[in-house]
Design a protein around this ligand. Sequence first.
Ligand code: NAD
Length: 482
Amino acid sequence: MKDASISYPELALLIDGEWLDSASRPGRTITNPATGAALGALPYASEADLARALDAAERAMAGWRAVPAYDRAIILNRAAALLRERCEAIATALTLEQGKPLAEARGEILTAADIFAWNAEEGRRAYGRIVPSRTPGQRNMVVKEPIGVVAAFAPWNFPAATAARKIAGSLAAGCACIIKPAEETPATALALARALVDAGLPAGVLNVVFGEPAYVSGYLLRSPVIRKVSFTGSTAVGIQLTTLAAADVKRCTMELGGHAPVIVCDDVDPREAARLAVAAKYRNAGQICVAPTRFYVQDGIFDAFAAAFAQAAADLVVGNGLDAATQMGPLANPRRIDAMETLTAEAVALGGKLLTGGERLPGAGYFYRPTVLAEVPERARIMNEEPFGPVAILNRYAELPDALRAANRLRYGLAAYAHTHDARRAQQIADGLQAGTIGLNTYTVTQTEMPFGGIDHSGDGKEGGIEGLDGYLVTKMVMHLP
Ligand code: NAD
């Protein structure tokens, strides 16, 4: 039963500028992870809808690429302003469908606005260059052009920020986009689309579809209309999509899973380091691809760090994200609870120590206590598979090379962190950690102007920074002898 006391928007598809509601389209029910209550009905795109989205995007792309970057920026900036104006309503919908505390949801909507505004300006700077010619009188030019229609797939953990990166990158570069946001969190992505439509985006430049993920991605990626794929999600799905894309030489940007290590050196205050680490670990209930997960703590401060960490984790207020006191909300779906239970139980069975947590909360909603494990053997699944939830692992090390070896032993290479105030150690760590994103004494590693992304099984390509926009551009050279 839908709870009539809460305000959650009607859900729809957006195809060729038209909002298509659930009246004649079966789909799924969206539920609130904090209560289990139904929020609304999400329509799924039919095959005809997907074909129409491809056709609309192809037609709209021809007009949009011809719009001067200066004018495209005006629309993106206007949409950014609308997102800021509508922040409270969109953040509430985000918390209802995803669970994170309202303050985190507000921050995410403002980040999405920032992403729109930054890409708007960056799109105006998609400069080419003139290369000195070997032939007298000849002009050698390098120009940047939009790559073509983009198929984007955004996840449920940051439904505003991840969708905004893909939409803003596409539109700023002059590309049309078909986005399939996660089915769990549709209202947030639809609010971004609504802001763009209200800001004057021409019909068909952005299309929003939902459906069974493998069906939608398979359909879109088999079409020659799509020239680029941007996906954020698990490594397993990223590999499937990269394989599909390769069959038609489509470019990919893949933001995949992570299993971020943290090296805590013995020159830092263990309590201060633990305080920072706990705030980062349990943000969004640990459902963040850059969440710190494997802590390698130097012997001399291990006990003090572990005690402070476990205490701070146990003190976190867990509850409905709409309650002002809540510091950690529910997990986004029951799959995550099952994963936490299985991974934690196996780690303990193999000799890991449970310092706090390790259980779900009774009642409705998908709540799992902030959990800390210590001295977990490397063969435990949780040391090898991304937990994507509120579980931290604290292990010891003796010398820095041991910690670097342990940190680098997985094929993931998204984020990695360290705590040290020793310049020599900091340099060794920055050079030695194999990851695309490194935080030294900070966990704030996703800023719009910085090129965010992983290496190896954590993905390929960047979002943000000048590299981010470049992912939506092709380079053409023109050699002109008049
Ligand atoms: P999942 O692999 O089923 O789904 C992950 C995301 O990919 C979802 O948004 C889903 O809609 C989408 N997806 C799944 N199959 C797809 C397909 N064939 N084509 C297109 N999109 C597809 O896992 P889940 O249970 O929803 O999430 C848990 C796992 O997903 C985590 O362990 C984590 O590795 C990963 N994940 C990563 C991020 C990230 O920010 N990198 C975000 C969300 C989920």
